[in-house]
Design a protein around this ligand. Sequence first.
Ligand code: ARG
Ligand code: GLU
Length: 727
Amino acid sequence: MTRKFKLILLVAILLIGSNVRADEGMWIPMLLKKYNIEDMQKAGFKLTAEDIYEVNQACLKDAVVGLGREGRPFRHFCTGELVSDEGLMITNHHCGYGAIQSHSTLERDYLKDGFWAMSREEELANEGITASFLIRMADVTDKVLDGVTEDMKEADRQKLIKKHIKAIVEDAEKDTHYRASVKAYFNGNQYFMAVYEIFKDVRLVGAPPSAIGKFGGDTDNWMWPRHTGDFSMFRIYAGKDNKPASYAKDNVPLKPKQSFKISLKGVNQDDFTMVFGYPGTTTEYLTSYALKMMTEVDNPHKIKIRTKKLDLMRADMDASPLVRIQYSAKYAGVANSWKRWQGEIKGLKRLNAIEKKEALEAKFEEWANSTPELKKKYAGILSKMKAYYAEVTPLSLARDYAMEAGFRGAETVGLAGKFKNLSTFKKEDADKVQPEVEKLKKDAVKFYKNFNLPTEKKLLAATLKMYNDNISDEFLPEEIKNIKLKYKGDFEAYAEKAFAKSIFANQEKLEQFLNNYKPSQAKKLSKDPVFVLSNSISFLYGSKIAPAYGKIMNQIDKLQRTYMAGLMEMQPEKVFYPDANSTFRVHYGKVSGYKARNAVQYEHYTTLEGIIEKDNPEIFDYDVPQKLRDLYKSKDFGDYANEKGEMPVCFAATNHTTGGNSGSPVLNANGELIGLNFDRAWEGVMSDLMYDPEICRNVSLDIRYVLFIVDKFAGAGYLLDEMNIVK
Ligand code: ARG
Ligand code: GLU
């Protein structure tokens, strides 16, 4: 080797060895300094790790909130960011959708027409939504795993871990109003605690009409190029002491430690970009066996069931504006994963993901057998895993049907499930009856607001038929077998009969039943056809599926934990990122179009012109509001146009995001807000399982389009006054 060559080789090794590559990964904020900051700065980032995460001073993380629900605030369903010193927060339209819908009626339809609070008094309270700020985090692995040994029984291990976590959480929360949560990382090889300040009074400030906020609807969902103005605005309120308080009329707007500056500079191809937020779940380190089960068995069936449900809902929604309002959120919910799963299967095929996993597993096997010590720890775990997956596959499918075609097949089945408690009350439980009845009445009001019996009947008949046709007798609930016999397989006839009799057929019947409920009426409940069905599914699920499934999954989890540790040990030079788990992460990459398929190259941004191109009053998803057409025509874009005079709408980038990142702030190299993350592109949605920098793209709404809509379209420009907008 020449000296020069040696030197090049050394530099190359250092480059590979010393750091991680941008794009792929969702990184832990407190570890940026150790693992990522050099790489980030090389990629263009102009600030420091402390500017993002620092415990003792205000920093960018303090302008980000995880959105959750009362009762389970740590399962963030979306992300939001603060854009003013008066608690103003932006997130996606689809994240605020439930709130917007809950304030809507046929006469006053905020989904259709949009909503803008013209004063603080007009801001609308939302029961149950929480906004959490991350105060600090800490690696608590040693404490959590204290006394845990490898030969421990899995159940004992979990018990001990739970006990430790409880103590850690109590200790962290002591004498504070904070809430702490400890979560597993790297399949339980590491544990981090996050301490949050959780606000509970989050009010709706504004939302564009769905024709903007949901433009393209489910047709364009998961697609690039994209033109959705997917944003809504809320304000976080606090008690007079600026601390979390339950809703009260005289709460005051929160004064956050930090809010984002908003940049009008926009983006160019290859610009550095980063996303902060709360990605929900990814599984990047699964084995080929897991991937096979998912893509060859579970997901194809789930897709099939949902296709049916969606077709039925769609037909009724198209026929009635009321049904459209009632079912739009539910439809979007069912459609979302349904579409993603389809893209995922394609994307994984295209990447030859299973072959790649198999190759890695072969390498692992060889490595695991290379020394006696390694053998002791890792030999044979993959073949065990393979056997467990073979065993769990039929259970997993039965579980999918119980969920997708059972509990969530027809909606009353789920509702009836909530009546289980009530049905068990005896005479001596008289005092428990009233509180339970009140709770159920509340559920019922919510439920029937968005309910259409004819649709429900079709859903019930169709999902039961699929359940029956696809699941072997062993895993079929008794009641479905009974129905099949009694109605000779005519599930539609059954659905008619069932709802003619059931108290769940409508709100009046159910309320009548609940008013003056006494334990002696449990009998009537236990004979209700929908209740019987619901019970039968949950009995089968609880006796035949869940325990067996859980037992095997426990073994798989244990093996996966060992496999994960082994992968890390085998590749000591590689910096691993943990799978998403609804905790705060930093994603970074660059703005970029991509080559979607043969001969198709996409640009990195879209403009208002694309909206006008799609405009078609005949197609619900593409019906552009007249005012937006007018603004386009007059080119009245204010300060928000790009240097070419176009009105930007969305842009694509390589940030490795997932569900839960919706609403996440998208920042430029200076940490200024340039957009809101809201989706990923269809060709790359397999990034939850395997990321590919060539084709995986997150989709963001350009902040300039947000400001343009608020200012020029909605005439709510006063909201911009409290923002810090930099040119
Ligand atoms: N695909 C995006 C996400 O996963 C948006 C979903 C809501 N929009 C819709 N059209 N369903 O959340
Ligand atoms: N729309 C998703 C969400 O609600 C984000 C898209 C994704 O899965 O990346 O979080």
